[in-house]
Design a protein around this ligand. Sequence first.
Ligand code: GNR
Ligand code: NI
Length: 176
Amino acid sequence: MKLPILIHPDPRLKKVADAVPDLSDEFRRLADDMLETMYDAPGIGLAAPQIGLSHRLIVMDCVKEEGAAPRPMAMFNPEIVASSDEKSVYEEGCLSIPETFADVTRPAEVTVRWMDRNGNPAEETFAGLWATCVQHEIDHLNGKLFIDYLSPLKRQLITRKMVKLKKERAREQERA
Ligand code: GNR
Ligand code: NI
């Protein structure tokens, strides 16, 4: 089932999400719904707060080669346990901040520990787009957006643009 994605500014995007205590079919179904929502958008990642749920759950698939096998990942309670000193700059976007992109500097590699969909612990070191994406998603769980790395002025301009976009969309909804 496809779920509606919240647009910034929204207080639900600013909250620190709660840990998932233990895995149930309900959470597995939620992860599947989030993957469906992410692929449909289309996006390379999605965090539960973006659909208004305060759970520490993210999904992602950063395989971008045309024709390559997809790699849908669902991570419960993900934690960064190591970060490289080396940095990388990537032009980020966010499904909760549509049509907006900006360069963000982050550690080039991160090691992440999480619980997989079977409740088993997992750990992996990510690089490239995967590293950028997993850090962007974990930020969502801590109420942080990529625009929080920009200057207050840029952030304010983007927030104003989003307020306008939300009003336009609400008006379109009324007409529909
Ligand atoms: O789809 C997405 N693309 C993206 C591009 C660069 C850096 C991060 C991302 S994540 C984003 C989807 C999203 O908003 N996830 O929270
Ligand atoms: Ni995002």
